[in-house]
Design a protein around this ligand. Sequence first.
Ligand code: B3K
Ligand code: ZN
Length: 864
Amino acid sequence: MRLDAQPPLIRLADYRPPAFLLDRVELTFVLSPGATRVRARLHARPNPERTEGDAPDLRLDGRRLKLVSAAIDGAEVPANALVIDDEGLTVDAAHVPDGPFLWEAETEIAPDANTALEGLYMSNGMYCTQCEAQGFRKITFYPDRPDVMARFKVRIEGEAPVLLSNGNLVASGKGWAEWEDPFPKPSYLFALVAGDLRAVEDHFRTRSGRDVLLQIWVRPGDEDRCGYAMDALKRSMTWDEEEYGREYDLDRFMIVAVDDFNMGAMENKGLNIFNSRYVLASPETATDADYKSIETIIAHEYFHNWTGNRITCRDWFQLCLKEGLTVFRDQQFSADQRSAAVKRIEDVIRLRGAQFREDGGPLAHPVRPEEYVEINNFYTATVYEKGAEVIGMLRRLVGPETYRAALDLYFERHDGEACTIEDWLKVFEDASGRDLSQFKLWYSQAGTPRVVAEEAWNDGHYTLSLSQHVPPTPGQPVKKPMVIPVAYGLLAADGTEVDTGLIELSEEGRALSWDLPERPTASLLREFSAPVILERSLKAEDRAFLLAHDEDTFNKWEAGRGAALEAMTALAGDASAATDPGYVAALVTVADDTDLDPAFKALLLGLPSEEEVISHVAAQGGVPDPTRIHAAREALTVRIAEALGDRAEQLYRANAVEGPYAPDAAMAGRRALRARALAFLTARDPEAGAARAQFDSADNMTERMSALTLLVAHGAGDAALERFFADWRHDRLVIDKWFAVQAASTPPETAAETVARLTEHPDFEWRNPNRFRSVVGTFAMANPAGFHRADGAGYALFIDWMIRLDPFNPQTTARLTASLGNWRLFDERRQILLRGELERLAALEGLSRDTGEIVSRLLRTDAS
Ligand code: B3K
Ligand code: ZN
């Protein structure tokens, strides 16, 4: 689609209830890779709440379907009463009964030609589906919208030994199976899987005594890598019962691992489909980070059973209703399972990295967007992560008991319904008695609010003035003040707290004062109580004081992060700039502190990523230079390493984990700290001896990868890479890591050439999304200095690949293109190069609607 072809804009304001509802749906699939037949029987009736008048046409969504036959109440629909266009079919109202009726249609589709991985497609000889958001319309003609909920019965006929769909298995025989899902659901939650699969099984007894069969379906040979996912599933089921009173509701819960998948996983009712990288793990093949992701994603998809499936979204504008809430719930779960302090910091790093970046550029949009061209482009950090932050603020404002009461009310009032953000906020208003109309601005105003804090000390009188400003974003030039919860603590010189509490900043500015015997040091925005940028001029000694004394673990870490950002910004401007000795001394104290949890200590000793420095420099009004920022980060690492001296070696040795690998938080924390120590050791050793030794002796993937990453970054990884490849070439998920480490960590001068070479490697199966992302996506997102090399080689390579992938897989192309969301932050020369590349993509004949929308938003001129 050329940009001038202008695909239609879908608006929230145009929402109308569906004209027809469905009570029951019966589907029969006769599977064949090139010509699958789908027979659909839809038991329809007029919606009493429809707004179209008494006798509307019957409109069904459908894309690229071959219609074999169509009948209403057993009578074939005459050809002249039925019109098919690119987006669906319309039956003339004259042929649609006034009351309930049965629509029967047979369609033919070709799963083996479906490279977009949306609808019914094939992955390594296995059939699978992805229907959210609008993939079901590529299977059969249907009112493919979430507010049409129906009970599904599915019959599958095919040669594959395993035939799965949603719900409970009601009958099966050789070459067929019948499934019935008793819970009404929207079409986006439909799933079908067929193939040569093996199940790893377990059971879960719910608290009311229901026995649930748990199955993880994988390809033969992968059975021994499912243990951690199964364990995470059972822990998730227990946690949801205990924390939210939510029980599982079917006789079985199935997870299937597939190799070709556009995202992480999908919460289809009773039949979750997962990208295999978020299911399969063994100590030899998966890192601690992989285990952590598996735990989170298993929990996330499981939690959707109540927040998403039992209560779904009325329309796709309400996506955050299920996604923001489910992310919030998975964050709570992981915080409970591991360290809450570490989890909060990790979540904020992620929020700032992806969401603040999105919110500060041309792709900024509200948590509940008001218009879209392609809904798949709105599965964003804003909808997910900022959506979760909004719920965290709500919980903080009403308190945990009222939060739980509001959730109980939500489940009781809306079970089985398709809801809106208005419904959601209403349960909070009813449970708390609060008026949330101003709070609701968090759902409609895009952009990261700035909160400015100013302090004054005058003769025993301490004054804290807070003011807020929400910057303009595309289409939203003027903003209103929001409700911003600012958690704070005031610390006396000995580190004790003289006051602590929550300020609700709801006006543009507000001053608070305290009468105190001495000037306090304020710890503001504790636990990162709101997704805002806090602007505060903090003296170096106050920062060092907070780093040493703040009991709020988030702000303790934040104090060090602020100092590190300042140090790197200075070094990027002037390579000989001095680094605050107080900061470096505080890090030495941290290294010596044996009371600190190793995982937290690893975060305290970690440095912000180059991406974070880029955003920081830009937020301060500067123009970030990725090349200099890379050098600055390396230089600061060396300075800290020098200050630590022998401590790096001691930390490295003291945190060696004895005995067999275990993925739990305590062991992972020690490995994380040991990896930090290794980075400091390697920074001072041109031979990278310790990294080499670790690579050679590691018995788990976590330590193998941390060593390999350092070797590659040192330009000393060739032999290790060769050996790694030889050892693991049979293992797809591990080879993804081999590609990714080179794309991310090759030094900037040669990264573009390395990536170009990787894309010519015989194992670069570019149509597999994991493999594509591991090279092209990783390069663009995790190697800023290499990607933004001044000659533009990185940009040209990236856009060449977007052009190549788009005709096959628009969703993945659009997602990766969106990683250029911060392109306007860079200097004029880089912007000219980037604009040229984006225009080249925009001009592509036949560009997909997905990528077209992203490129045109990136190029829009009212963008900030
Ligand atoms: N709900 C799915 C995401 C679907 C993405 C469609 N492009 C996974 C999740 O958020 O749990
Ligand atoms: Zn989700």
